[in-house]
Design a protein around this ligand. Structure first.
Ligand code: PHE
Length: 502
């Protein structure tokens, strides 16, 4: 049998009776690990080797861990200083013990926070005691650091957990492949295997000398496992935002754009939200302190909005008849919804008067002073949209959502009647969570009231909505906690492994 040189070397180095790791084989043969791996897979395919995979945990010291392995743990230094200062008999002033320990900077806090936990003594009202029976030589964490430095294993998972939570060790998992010769492998070896001259790379010399005509080229094994490389990629939230934009553009919508920090006028007043509405208090709102108010508002619109709030709208002047203050409307806050953009566009302020029919959308961030929990963050992306046309009905609104969500494979949305100060009728949208089966709220919508449209100067119907991009993502990918995709607690595996969809 003729085989490429690297495979012959691997076969020679492998044993029928003893498992050898690929790293061992690479060491024995002098092959590069990736060449040895490639050869092993080829030989496995040919039935000459069998490969056994297991996952192995490796533990390594962090820089801080290495420092303590060398100089000792801060709490041990503190204990020794406390003993020295006589804290076994009587409590000693903490400052004195810390001074004598030579600890400084963050190490003082590190020593204090581990001292009592590990039974070195007590710390109370600025005084420290030392426990005579404690023995730094028996300190499991310190011994584990020494063992790791010496390349010895540490078996106690609790100690490892503790060291990991202190940031002194890092744990990683890797796949270790062990190889043994199969019966066929042994037979082939006994019958004799010759190394075929194979060439892994074509060189300019081979081309000029014509040598390439005579050599045998190594084959690529496209099935072989390759080293995993986590390259950068677009975050799934961005990916989905881009998809949402494509879908809406495909449905004939144009994109709106506008300020994240905006006047309450656009965020609330245009929406016929009374100025004493509970949602307008500071609990929900992130106010801006610099600048505090907007300079430029369209005067005639301000007057019409003012009149809607104070005198009502329509023949009978129905409405809240609530007091209205222009300064209050000028105050700037981070927008709690992107309906502020809809107001800027519908009023003609953003890009001039619009003639029906019109369709607009945005996929932008909004900010709310919520309590963080699995479904709420202080900011999220809202998919805002509206359609302006003659004679729109609730069926148009529902049909639009059905068409939109179907493009993401979601075909079971449900509607629930709802209340918004600015739409009538209003509907909340719900979808089924693919993992928990629970109904989750995915958006809010409705037909703008005359009290909103009349001051804006819009004379036909407008249906509108705000959908949460993160909730759409939950339905698409099945994660249960919004913090899995955002922020410091995010699930990196999920973000890395999720399929890239365009
Ligand atoms: N602004 C609403 C929200 O944030 C969504 C909405 C927009 C509802 C337009 C109706 C009309 O929940």
């Amino acid at each position: 049998m003729k085989l490429p040189e690297s495979q012959v070397a691997v076969l020679d180095a492998a044993s029928a009776t003893e498992e050898r790791t690929i790293a061992d084989l690479a060491g024995k043969t002098g092959l590069k690990p990736e060449t040895a791996t490639g050869a092993v897979f080829e030989l496995e395919d040919a039935g000459l080797l069998s490969v056994d995979e297991r996952t192995e945990e490796s533990v390594s010291l962090t820089e801080e861990g290495e420092e303590y392995a060398e100089d000792g743990l801060p709490e041990v230094a503190l204990y020794e200083a406390a003993i020295e200062a006589g804290a076994v008999d009587d409590p000693v002033q903490m400052g004195q013990a810390i001074g004598a320990s030579g600890l400084g900077g963050p190490k003082v806090n590190i020593a204090l926070s581990n001292y009592a936990r590990k039974g070195y003594g007590t710390i109370d009202s600025g005084e420290i005691t030392a426990n005579q029976d404690a023995d730094p030589d028996e300190d499991a964490e310190s011994n584990a650091l020494s063992a790791l430095t010496a390349g010895e294993p540490v078996d106690d998972p609790d100690v490892l957990d503790q060291l990991e939570s202190r940031g002194l060790v890092a744990r990683a998992e890797s796949t270790v492949r062990s190889v043994t010769l199969t019966d066929d492998g042994v037979t082939a070896m006994m019958e004799g295997i010759e190394a075929a001259e194979t060439v892994g790379q074509l060189t300019p010399e081979m081309l000029t000398t014509g040598e390439w005509r005579d050599v045998e080229f190594a084959e690529y094994n496209v099935d072989a496992d390759a080293e995993r490389i986590d390259g950068g990629k677009v975050h799934i939230l961005r990916q989905t935002a881009n998809r949402v934009k494509d879908v809406l553009v495909g449905m004939g919508f144009e994109e709106m754009d506008g300020p994240h920090a905006d006047a309450d006028f656009w965020i609330n007043d245009c929406l016929f939200m009374p100025q004493d509405h509970p949602a307008r208090t500071h609990w929900d709102r992130f106010a801006l302190s610099n600048p505090t108010e907007i300079g430029d508002l369209p005067e005639d619109l301000v007057e019409r909005v003012h009149s809607a709030h104070r005198d009502g709208v329509g023949e009978h002047g129905e409405g809240y008849h609530s007091p209205w203050d222009e300064d209050f409307a000028r105050a700037i806050a981070l927008r709690g919804h992107t309906t502020s953009l809809s107001m800027r566009y519908l009023s003609g302020y953003a890009q001039g008067e619009l003639e029906p029919p019109q369709r607009f959308f945005s996929v932008e961030k909004v900010y709310r002073n919520d309590t963080l929990d699995p479904t709420h963050l202080l900011e999220f992306f809202q998919i805002e949209g509206w359609v302006m046309a003659e004679d729109l009905s609730v069926r148009d609104l529902m049909g639009t959502f059905e068409e939109f969500y179907a493009q993401f494979g979601i075909t079971d949305i449900q509607f629930k009647p709802h209340y918004n100060p600015y739409t009538e009728p209003s509907f909340e949208l719900f979808g089924n969570h693919p993992e928990t089966g629970e109904l989750i709220e995915i958006g809010n919508s409705g037909m703008f009231r005359p009290e909103v449209l009349e001051p804006l100067g819009v004379e036909c119907d407008v249906m509108a909505w705000g959908l949460a991009l993160e909730r759409l993502l939950m339905l698409m990918y099945g994660f249960e906690d919004i913090r899995d995709v955002h922020g410091t607690l995010c699930d990196l595996e999920l973000l890395r492994d999720v399929e890239v969809i365009h």
